[in-house]
Ligand binder design. Structure first.
Ligand code: NAD
Length: 503
């Protein structure tokens, strides 16, 4: 059964739900804990067939000129613009993020489409000076093959778009295994892409974009398949380690976008008005369920007693509730296991002398089966072991510091290395933080929070975050293979390094 609202949204987005209905995968709305739809899962042979189709599509698509490939992505961007409101609302209903963030997620898809369209005319290689007379060296970038995308529940559609928009202009086909918690948004995105394909015409081969509905097993099967030339996996570090092992065994490429444990340092010279806004958005946005969520706050001793009481006041008044309502800033946790994980981390923090403020369950009328919480602030005596773990919920630990070196050490001490930031107006501190001896994260910001990245930069992090980079800058190179070509236009055959080999 699907609710009338969901049916209306899906029909606006061009989804034929009958093609997917079944009893294996249940899309449950975090808003009220009620089912949105029940779907079938692809069998192992269906997964295989989808990869076969995607591989055949890649063999054709790689020969279509890149700017023409860009035209398909442009058309897809147009579909997203037309249907932004409906897809954004569906994201809110299935993932539970507030409507502003649901819409923001779709905007991010539009932005990466725009980026990829421009990129489709800029897949540049270099020319390189040859040491041999009458020779020329150059490099070219060719499509890599079938890209397998595995995505997490918290960014149910943007992550696919970051990968797919680049992959398509690079000449690859894409097989997508979305989170089993958010299949409907994936199906809707696929339907919008197919609308763009229909407008684009016959240059787009059947199988260019395939979607696999299923759980971990389907993801694992995809990762094992030798025809997948690049696995781009977003999710927990636990998942990433499993995927990395399989890919290492078959020596295939990966882009791993895994857990984060992001910190902010608030220095004595910080603009506290700005810092307060940045902290709150970064720590409680998406109810603390962003990979870039602010989880650790290091506050200088001299401003601690000004900043922390202000944060408590703000936290106490945060509107927690139905994410479809305009005034809500904090929506629900995704499910019961997320709530349990939050409560057990808070219990451990208490046992480590943490002072917990907030963190209790909030009752939202009509949504009794859902899990709403007041975001938690936890004042810690120092950085303890529990702070080394990512709990995917709105818990922000706060620790006093007196020495910047100490705060930077704490920033870097955890296993994860995704995002980080400093609030300071002292140029020396800012430069130090982003220098080689500063933050060890893939993202290091000054005077903005650690979350809410733009698509123009390469996105990803180090250590247990997996080391992958996607989205902007030169992340496109991961979706292509580089060939180095040497041309000899002379009448001789000199060997490199001056080697003499006369026959
Ligand atoms: P998850 O690891 O439970 O699941 C993510 C995806 O991996 C799902 O599609 C799942 O079916 C699949 N999967 C799980 N095990 C697999 C296996 N062995 N082989 C193949 N596929 C497998 O993560 P989640 O709970 O959906 O998302 C939350 C996590 O994702 C957090 O740790 C968060 O930090 C991380 N995340 C990271 C980024 C980033 O860009 N670094 C972005 C979003 C989320």
């Amino acid at each position: 059964m699907t609710s009338p609202t969901i049916q209306a949204l899906l029909s606006e987005l061009g989804v034929q739900l009958a093609d997917y209905q079944g009893e294996a995968i249940h899309s449950i709305s975090p808003i009220d804990g009620k089912p949105l739809a029940s779907l079938r899962a692809d069998s192992a042979s269906e997964v295989q067939a989808r990869i076969t189709k995607a591989h055949a599509a890649y063999l054709q698509w790689r020969s279509i000129p890149a700017p023409r490939r860009g035209e398909l992505v442009r058309l897809f961007g147009e579909e997203l613009r037309t249907h932004k409101a409906a897809l954004g609302q569906l994201v809110t209903m299935e993932a539970g993020k507030i409507l502003q963030e649901g819409l923001g997620e779709v905007q991010e898809m539009i932005d990466i489409c725009d980026f990829a369209v421009g990129l489709s005319r800029q897949l540049y290689g270099l020319t390189i000076a040859s040491e041999r007379p009458g020779h020329r060296m150059m490099e070219q970038w060719h499509p890599v093959g079938v890209v397998g995308v595995i995505s997490a529940f918290n960014f149910p559609v943007a992550v696919w778009a970051w990968n797919a928009a680049l992959a398509f202009v690079c000449g690859d086909s894409v097989v997508w295994k979305p989170s089993e918690k958010t299949p409907l948004t994936a199906i809707a995105t696929h339907a919008l892409f197919m609308k763009a394909v229909a407008r684009f015409g016959s240059d787009a081969p059947d199988g260019l974009a395939e979607i696999i509905i299923g759980g971990r097993d389907s993801g694992a099967q995809m990762v094992e398949d030798k025809r997948i030339a690049l696995v781009s996996a977003t999710g927990s570090t636990r998942m990433g380690k499993q995927v990395a092992e399989v890919c290492a065994r078959r020596l295939t490429r990966t882009i791993l976008e895994l857990g984060g444990n992001n910190a902010m340092i608030v220095a004595p010279s910080a603009d506290l008005e700005m810092a307060v806004r940045a902290i709150t958005f970064s720590a409680v946005g998406t109810a603390g369920q962003r990979c870039t969520t602010l989880r650790r706050l290091f506050v200088h001793d001299s401003i601690y007693d000004t900043l922390v009481p202000r944060l408590k006041k703000i936290y106490a008044g945060l509107p927690v509730g139905n994410p479809l309502e305009k005034t809500t800033l904090v929506g629900p946790l995704v499910d019961a296991s997320s709530y349990d994980a939050m409560q057990s981390s808070l219990a451990v923090a208490k046992s480590e002398q943490g002072q917990v403020f907030g963190g209790d369950r909030v009752n939202v009328a009509g949504c009794e089966a859902a899990y709403y919480v007041r975001p938690a602030l936890v004042e810690m005596p120092t950085q303890t072991t529990t702070m080394h773990h990512e709990t995917f919920a709105p818990i922000m630990y706060i620790v006093r510091y007196s020495d910047l070196d100490q705060a930077i050490d704490w920033n870097n001490e955890v296993p994860q290395g995704l995002s980080s930031s400093i609030f300071t107006t002292d140029m020396r501190e800012a430069e130090r933080f982003v220098s080689a001896t500063g933050s060890d994260c893939g993202i290091a910001n000054v005077n903005i929070g650690p979350s809410g990245a733009e698509i123009g930069g390469a996105f990803g992090g180090e250590k247990d975050t997996g080391g992958g980079r996607e989205s902007g800058s030169d992340a496109w190179k991961a979706y292509m293979r580089r060939t180095t070509n040497t041309f000899n236009y002379s009448h001789a055959l000199p060997l490199a390094q001056g080697i003499s080999f006369d026959i």
